[in-house]
Ligand binder design. Structure first.
Ligand SMILES: Nc1nc2c(ncn2[C@@H]2O[C@H](COP(=O)(O)OP(=O)(O)OP(=O)(O)O)[C@@H](O)[C@H]2O)c(=O)[nH]1
Ligand SMILES: [Mg+2]
Length: 420
């Protein structure tokens, strides 16, 4: 359905576009009214203040700065994602949403924006392969040669030998039994790939990872250095606080000097407090201890723990993680602990090795794939699912605060094998 856009689906997308455009216009007008009101209030305040003594003038100015600081980020935040052109990106994203059963009036600019980003992000991985294949085939059926090309694409994208073999063999079998058109073949492939990614997710019993109600949820963000742990944690804090979970951050990477400052910036952006210990050589487990106390006191739903990616050696890192877990178990035995491994998609097979090694010693409950934007190895997500049996929980495609979403296998596979 995605590959073959009929007139009616284009019409659907065009209706969705018109609705969003209308919504955006309304929002713009509302924002304008709010800005006018704020300006009028400020003006009124200014007039009042001007009547006061000169000595108070400085205070007035400071007050004005405070008003602006509080009022404007909210306005900006809501309207910072603009509706783009009615182009290929929009049509494709609308199609993907429609294929998942979304109604035309249910889609948001945020969703369109994310899907466009995901498709563009995976461009490097798919390299226009599917459209080329379909163009080349025209109305002809798939051939054994086109299967060889598909196999090469999947291997290059770091899908992994085992998964590639499995899906290509299944397709080969189908080809031996019947005539398979290009689009039908791609659809078959998408279904099989999705099944591989969905298996660990189904096994975990949880489709989308969210904090459980009436419990303290502690999510440990782990992984080797530089993969994007702190950035991911910042985006998660934003996602969670925007979804009304009371969220707190623990700065348990006490190894890297600037880690706390970096985290504080994300805390400020997402309006989530950061519990840290600025003293040199602070013990990560002690930071977590303090953070749990704070979380209990504030009745937090979710505590996000940033951990170090680099210690003196690998054993220390694993020891550190188990020490942190022991502290949590001891203080809040009924807390829900999730250990989420962050993997950098651009590291391809190296990421798979990291996943295998962490899975052995760190009792992982899921993976987060980052840097899908601009990576040519986005397929590694499949290898992680198939070979480490880890459910993928979130994916990141950019450095911005909104560039992380709960993982959706349908959207991911559609973007990976998009035909444009
Ligand atoms: N393009 C892109 N860059 C990302 C993404 N996620 C993180 N980064 C960048 O990757 C770099 C490392 O990110 P960090 O979040 O500091 O990684 P880390 O794992 O916390 O690193 P250490 O604390 O040193 O172990 C930064 O420059 C981030 O901006 C992403 O999804 N896309
Ligand atoms: Mg970090």
């Amino acid at each position: 359905m995605i590959n073959n856009q009929s007139d009616s689906s284009r019409e659907w997308a065009s209706q969705a576009y018109a609705l969003l455009k209308q919504k955006q216009e309304l929002k713009k007008q509302e924002d304008q009214v709010k800005i006018e009101e704020l300006k009028a209030e400020e003006l009124k305040a200014e007039e009042l203040k001007a009547e006061e003594l000169k000595a108070e003038e400085l205070k007035v100015k400071q007050l004005k700065v405070e008003i602006n600081k509080e009022a404007f980020p909210n306005l900006k935040d809501d309207s910072d994602v603009k509706l783009g052109e009615f182009d290929d990106d929009f049509t494709w994203s609308a199609m993907v949403l429609a294929a998942q059963g979304k109604k035309v009036n249910e889609i948001s600019i945020d969703e369109i924006d994310w899907l466009s980003k995901l498709r563009r992000g995976l461009e490097e991985t798919r390299k226009g392969f599917v459209s080329e294949l379909l163009d080349k085939l025209g109305d002809d059926p798939l051939t054994p040669e086109s299967l060889d090309d598909l196999e090469t694409l999947l291997i290059r994208a770091d899908v992994g030998i085992n998964s590639t073999d499995k899906v290509i063999n299944l397709l080969r079998k189908k080809l031996n039994e019947e005539v398979v058109g290009g689009e039908e073949g791609i659809k078959f492939l998408k279904d099989e790939l999705r099944e591989i990614i969905d298996k660990p997710i189904k096994n975990s019993g949880t489709n989308i990872l969210v904090p459980q109600k009436d419990k303290l949820n502690v999510w440990l963000i782990v992984g080797v250095n530089g993969v994007g742990k702190t950035t991911t944690l910042g985006k998660l804090a934003y996602l969670s606080s925007r979804s009304n979970y009371k969220t707190l951050i623990a700065a348990a990477d006490t190894f890297r000097a600037a880690a706390v400052e970096q985290l504080q910036v994300w805390g400020d952006r997402s309006k989530v407090d950061v519990i840290s210990n600025q003293s040199k050589n602070a013990d990560p487990a002690a930071v977590v201890f303090d953070a749990i106390n704070a979380a209990i006191k504030r009745k937090s739903d979710l505590l996000l723990v940033d951990t170090a990616g680099r210690l003196q050696n690998k054993n220390n890192l694993m020891d550190e993680l188990s020490k942190i877990k022991k502290i949590i178990d001891k203080k809040v035995p009924d807390a829900i602990i999730e250990s989420l491994l962050v993997l950098d998609a651009s590291q391809g097979q190296n990421g798979l090795k990291q996943a295998k090694s962490f899975a052995k010693s760190a009792n992982l409950s899921g993976a987060i794939i980052t840097k899908l934007d601009g990576s040519s190895r986005g397929g590694v997500s499949l290898a992680v699912s198939a070979e480490v049996n880890l459910p993928i929980r979130f994916i990141g495609a950019g450095e911005g605060i909104k560039d992380l979403r709960p993982f959706n296998s349908f959207e991911f596979v559609e973007a990976l094998l998009a035909d444009r």
